[in-house]
Design a binder for this molecule. Structure first.
Ligand SMILES: [Zn+2]
Length: 71
């Protein structure tokens, strides 16, 4: 009775270059605030999604935007 040898050759592992995780160059998260008109009010809006409170004067909205930039 001969032993049943089960010699299964394993395929060589694929040792190719691993696909590197693509690190997409992200644009600098800048804040570009501007003022927007909403009816009789002005409010500061930013490219980051932030928006200031509605002001009666555009100058105040601009100051809100400047304050957001500084923060
Ligand atoms: Zn912002």
């Amino acid at each position: 009775m001969e032993p049943h040898t089960d010699a299964t050759l394993l395929p060589p592992l694929a040792s190719g270059p691993l696909p590197r995780p693509t690190s997409e160059p992200q644009p600098p998260t800048g804040h570009t605030a501007s003022t927007a008109e909403r009816g009789a009010f002005s409010l500061a809006v930013c490219t980051c999604g932030w928006s200031g409170p509605a002001r009666r004067s555009r100058d105040l909205a601009r100051k809100d935007a400047a304050r957001h930039h500084a923060a």
